[in-house]
Design a protein around this ligand. Structure first.
Ligand SMILES: [Zn+2]
Length: 131
């Protein structure tokens, strides 16, 4: 018990809000998510997965669409980017939540990679509008 507490102190200095990939349930997709879709009750539902799961999820989607007799249209790029922007905004809001007992520097360190990912998505959205 004492050892476990000590390990927790060393490895988890503060509680980090982790948002895991719904497919593998291993990777944290807080700052690196990839939009795809799943077939849910015969309808396409957007979902975000980790980098490792993306290709497999897309392949599963194609196979499931064929099996269900659905015509699969590619997800419009802007839809995927908007999904990502919403996801990153939600993650930033979760870190800013008063329920997260974090020091300001911890909060800033957690938010930095997510903010960078959000900036990248917004830049890609802006480029897409310019076309
Ligand atoms: Zn995954």
């Amino acid at each position: 018990m004492g050892l476990r507490l000590q390990t927790n102190c060393v490895t988890r200095l503060f509680k980090v809000p982790i948002y895991r990939c719904p497919r593998c349930r291993a990777e944290d997709i807080s700052a690196d998510a990839h939009p795809t879709r799943v077939i849910d009750n015969g309808r396409l539902r957007p979902v975000l997965v980790c980098r490792n799961c993306f290709r497999a999820a897309e392949l599963e989607l194609r196979i499931a669409s064929d099996a269900a007799g659905l015509t699969l249209e590619p997800m419009p790029i802007r839809d995927g980017l908007k999904l990502l922007a919403d996801h990153y905004l939600d993650r930033l809001a979760a870190i800013d939540s008063p329920d997260q007992l974090l020091e300001d520097d911890q909060r800033a360190a957690l938010k930095a990679p997510i903010a960078t990912a959000l900036e990248d998505v917004r830049r890609r959205l802006a480029i897409d509008v310019a076309r």
